[in-house]
Design a protein. Sequence first.
Length: 246
Amino acid sequence: MTDDLLLDMRDVSVTFDGFRAINNLSLALRPGEMRAIVGPNGAGKTTMMDIITGKTRPDTGTVRFQGRDLTRLDEPAIARLGIGRKFQKPTVFEALSVTENLLLSLKGVRAPFAVLMARRSAGERERIDRLLHLTRLEAVADQPAGGMSHGQKQWLEIGMLMGQEPELLLVDEPVAGMTDAETMATADLLREINRTRSVVVVEHDMDFVRALGVDVTVLHEGSVLAEGTLDAVSADPRVIEVYLGR
Ligand SMILES: Nc1ncnc2c1ncn2[C@@H]1O[C@H](COP(=O)(O)OP(=O)(O)OP(=O)(O)O)[C@@H](O)[C@H]1O
C-alpha cells in the first residue's frame, strides 16, 4: 500500500445479481490531484463513486483514503473523513436564498434551521462571502435559489459541498444540461477549487474535460481501459474502439 496516495483503490470488484459491474478496478489519486473519469454508459463510473462513498460495498479489493480503509466505514463516517459528493441533479433548497443555502451547508453548523434565525457570526459571514465569490453568485446572493438558472444551481450546490470543507470532492456529470458558457465557467470553478482540494469528476462532455486540463481515466466494463492525458487516451486504439460510432 502506498501511503502517499490520497485515494488508493486496488483490485476492486462488485457483482450485482451475477453481473460484474466493477471488475478488478484500481485507481490511485495523489493529494491535490484532479482526475476526470470518462467512459461509455454502463462502464461503472457511478458504481465506482458509490464504492468510494460507502454506498456500495466491494465484494473484493481494498479502498483506502489517506491510508484508512473505507470498506469498513458507513457513508456518514466516510463523509466525516473528508469525502464530499455532488450528484448529477442539483438539490438546493429552492425557497431559501443562495446565502441561506450556503449557510446551511457550513461545516460545524449544528442546528441548521435555528441558524437561519440567528445573527450570523463574523466567521460565518466571511465563509459565506468566500463561497459566493468562488461560485460567482455574489450578485444573486439574496435571491431564492429556485429562481436560479440550471448552471447557477449547480454552482450553488458545488459551493454547498465546499461549505463542508472536504479534502476530496466527487462530482458527477456537473455540466450535463449546461450552456457552452456555463460549461466553461464550471471548468474554471473546478480548477479554482483544485487549488486547495482534490477532485474526481465524472463527465461525458469532452470539451469540458479538455478545459480541465487534467489526466483522464477511461473506464470500460468495470475496469480501467486507459489512463493519461486526454490527447494520449484519445489516440489509444482500445479507447477509439470502445467509443467508435458513439
Ligand atoms: N444496483 C444495481 N443492480 C444491478 N445492476 C446495477 C446496479 N447498479 C449498476 N448496475 C449495472 O452496473 C453497470 C455499471 O453501471 P454504472 O451506473 O456504474 O455505469 P456508468 O458508467 O455510471 O453509466 P452512465 O454513464 O450511464 O451513468 C451497468 O450495467 C448497470 O446496469
